[in-house]
Design a binder for this molecule. Structure first.
Ligand SMILES: *Cc1c(COP(=O)(O)O)cnc(C)c1O
Length: 458
């Protein structure tokens, strides 16, 4: 008998979660203004809002916390983290930050000015937010295949090199401070970018003299997909692939809350001393002195350990298989989901799930609310609310895809929990014809509105 797949860890500490009633949930979500970010966590049974900072640290990470050096300057924890980052990514210089968007804030303060153009593959929401806050523009150059949810393509996070070159030809070099490659591409469904594509981007970047930065929150999951899907790398280790990936970048921003499996933290990696030195002032201004930048010593220790654990093959195999385990159940039932499955989440195609809801009524948000009411499962909208309004016209931007993301925290839930999530979504699917009315906005913020938006049922 072929041995079944099993998790590459066992459980040492547990945390209780509570199942609520449907009546309770209807009341709670109404009081939360139909915004799942407004729910209290104890009103949620299975929390798939995000895989960010929600992972379970290992015994070794908890042990590393105890050894944290809280010296203001020159802490040993800083050097431990610096060595780990250099070892894993190859970057010589780095600045710690309190999370990923803080890394973006520091880097963009250094390099981005009003009117700039920043091409990339479906920039993440905080990335786009930081670009537009500076009155610059993010230009999406993702391959068209990414927007067909059922189309089988091994690297749907890839940049369309023709689209990229058109942008680089159109604008003068001084107006394009960087190209951003997001690995894996969160917004288009946790989809990976191939090494071949990174090489192509590098070549264009060199031709036009523009630096490349990787938005690297899920770089390890990206490397795992490269190992599985890109022939040249099938015999390489994850860490060898990671080094190869970053060899095509001039630097990286990192949300350590994702693939480094810590609850808080981030950093910027730099290849060039000039970039590092220019960013140092902003890091001190916004985050803290360069040897802690928004992180305590113990947190830097846990992060250094997490970088190694997050790039272990067996850990990644467990993780990606759990995501696929959920995805397969939904797909087998006929629920429209992004395929191939992404690294950190399953993305449900809400437009095809709820064809009766017009786009003006926030299709994906409507589905996320229904899933919560059905089973106490908290997912998140990746659709019109997330896309924000156009900064110039203030009109809603309707993205090609209306997705509900079921993000799986790292090392937290079992496959029984995945069975429960699948059953809840299947129940909503079975009654989808009766869901004919969506939501309308009562109150919203000008940028990153999805976090605080207030809605009501139509
Ligand atoms: C999470 C994330 C960020 C922002 O990081 P935070 O730690 O949440 O501030 C940036 N880019 C990508 C691709 C992310 O997934």
């Amino acid at each position: 008998m072929k041995l079944p797949f099993a998790e590459s860890y066992k459980i040492k500490v547990v945390e209780s979660i509570r199942r609520s009633t449907r009546g309770e949930r209807e009341e709670w979500i109404k009081n939360a203004k139909y915004n799942l970010f407004n729910l209290k966590s104890d009103q949620v049974f299975i929390d798939l809002l995000t895989d960010s900072g929600t992972g379970a640290m290992s015994d070794k990470q908890w042990a590393a916390l105890m050894e944290g050096d809280e010296s203001y300057a020159g802490a040993s924890s800083y050097y431990r983290l610096k060595d780990a980052i250099h070892d894993i990514t190859g970057f010589e210089y780095f600045l710690p930050t309190h999370q990923g968007r803080a890394a973006e804030n520091v880097l963009f303060s250094t390099l981005v000015k009003e009117g700039d153009i920043i091409p990339g593959n479906s920039h993440f929401d905080t990335t786009k937010g930081h670009i537009e806050f500076r009155k610059a523009h993010a230009v999406d150059c993702t391959i068209d295949e990414a927007f067909h949810t059922e189309l089988d393509h091994p690297f749907k996070g890839n940049i369309d090199l023709e689209k990229l070159e058109n942008v680089l030809k159109k604008y003068p070099r001084k107006q394009v401070p960087m190209i951003i490659v997001t690995v894996t591409c969160n917004t288009s469904g946790g989809q990976p970018v191939s090494i071949e594509n990174m090489r192509g981007v590098r070549k264009l970047a060199d031709k036009y003299g523009i630096p490349v930065f990787f938005d690297s929150a899920r770089f390890a999951e990206n490397a795992y997909f490269i190992k599985l899907r890109e022939e040249e790398f099938k015999d390489k280790t994850i860490r060898e692939i990671v080094r190869e990936m970053f060899s095509y970048a001039d630097g990286m921003t990192m949300s350590s809350k994702k693939d480094a499996i810590v609850n808080m933290g981030g950093f910027i990696g730099f290849r060039h001393k000039e970039h590092f030195e220019a960013a140092t002032m902003y890091n001190i201004l916004f985050e803290g002195f360069i040897t802690y930048g928004g992180m305590s010593g113990r947190d830097m220790n846990a992060l250094a350990q997490g970088l190694y654990e997050g790039t272990g093959f067996h850990y990644l195999e467990t993780r990606i298989n759990q995501v696929a385990y959920l995805g397969k159940q939904l797909r087998d039932y006929g629920i429209p989901v992004q395929y191939p499955f992404g690294g950190h989440a399953i993305f449900v195609d809400a437009k095809r799930f709820l064809p009766n809801i017009p786009k003006e009524q926030y299709i994906a948000q409507t589905l996320a609310v229904e899933l919560y009411i059905e089973g106490g499962v908290r997912a998140v909208e990746i659709g019109t609310l997330l896309a924000d309004r156009d900064p110039d016209t203030r009109e809603n931007r309707y993205p090609e895809l209306e997705l509900v993301r079921l993000a799986i925290p790292r090392r937290v839930y079992t496959n029984n929990h995945m069975d429960y999530v699948a059953a809840a979504l299947i129940n909503v699917y079975d009654r989808r014809d009766k869901i004919t009315k969506g939501l309308r906005i009562v109150k919203e913020a000008p940028i990153l509105r999805h976090f605080t938006v207030e809605l009501e049922k139509i």
